[in-house]
Design a binder for this molecule. Structure first.
Ligand SMILES: Nc1ncnc2c1ncn2[C@@H]1O[C@H](COP(=O)(O)OP(=O)(O)OP(=O)(O)O)[C@@H](O)[C@H]1O
Length: 282
């Protein structure tokens, strides 16, 4: 398997505070990989290390096959896209003019600007100065800038934290399209819905350590309590263990046309995180 990111036993110490502790994980080329964790878990520190803004204290991170600390190359600007809280946009210029500058930098046709604006639902806002945008619009303009050049690898630090649900859903769709066309995506979030909707695999980070790493669906199944809840047409809810002995009970309700809905009781990613760490994700 080909990997876009390989993190080998990486630690990061700030003064005497150990923000990352022996991180060890790989992101396969073509994946959407989610890094989840509460505030202060070490998500931004990890992204900064993977994008050459910070050096690990120990261990090694390989990005697109190269060691970040020893082998940064200018062509990485072309091959990678990064969204962090630093907007990297000129406030006095319009969104369109900002993106034009990046088109010049990446040697892209200006036709790409319309596409990127549509991907972030800002078609009608392109002429506005960046300094006059709302927080959510600014975040979308920053996103358009990050994936304007359809990079091989895209790093997104909390990409939809300032967005309403409609715009967030639009961005999810655009990120999936970008991913289908070949962009590997590494994103951090506290948003469980975002992780479940977008990510092929997620890692739970807490106090600088990975606690769990797998596909969301596999994690939910692994932590399921193997019960199901039947809601009857009367509104009454009955929880049954999901075992063969309960098939007759289930059949009886169905034969009597009493069943309004049935669902298995799988935990959400948020429930799993609390179970593991005793802490909420937000
Ligand atoms: N430059 C720095 N100097 C000292 N400590 C730092 C520095 N940068 C981060 N830290 C500490 O490292 C820990 C991890 O911070 P980080 O920003 O990576 O967390 P995060 O998971 O991204 O949190 P949030 O969701 O709030 O953005 C925190 O305790 C933070 O205070």
């Amino acid at each position: 398997m080909e990997y876009s990111i390989e993190v080998n036993n990486v630690s990061k110490v700030f003064s005497n505070y150990e923000a990352l502790k022996n991180l060890d994980f790989k992101v396969a080329t073509g994946e959407i990989f989610g890094f989840l964790g509460p505030s202060g878990a070490g998500k931004t520190t990890t992204i900064k290390m993977l994008t050459n803004q910070l050096r690990p204290t120990d261990g090694e991170a390989l990005v697109l096959g190269r060691s970040m600390a020893r082998n940064w190359k200018d062509d990485f600007q072309q091959r990678m896209g990064v969204l962090t809280d630093n907007s990297a946009l000129y406030e006095r210029l319009s969104v369109y003019e900002n993106l034009k500058l990046y088109c010049d930098l990446y040697d892209l046709s200006y036709s790409r600007i319309e596409e990127a604006l549509e991907m972030v639902n800002l078609e009608d806002t392109g002429k506005k100065a960046v300094g006059k945008l709302s927080k959510g619009m600014t975040q979308r303009a920053m996103l358009a800038r990050a994936f304007l050049h359809a990079p091989e690898l895209l790093f997104l630090d909390e990409p939809t934290s300032a967005l309403d649900p409609t715009n967030a859903a639009h961005i999810y769709k655009s990120l999936r399209e970008l991913n289908k066309k070949g962009t590997t995506i590494f994103l951090t979030t506290h948003n469980m819905h975002e992780a479940e909707t977008l990510c092929d695999r997620v890692a739970f980070l807490d106090h600088g350590k990975i606690q769990l790493l797998d596909a969301p669906q596999k994690l939910r199944r692994r932590f399921a309590d193997n019960t199901m809840t039947i809601e009857l047409t009367t509104g009454k809810k009955i929880t049954l263990d999901n075992v063969p002995e309960n098939a007759k009970k289930m059949y009886a309700y169905m034969a009597d046309e009493q069943v309004a809905s049935v669902h298995t009781n799988e935990p959400t990613l948020g429930d799993i995180f609390v179970k593991l760490t005793g802490r909420e994700l937000v």
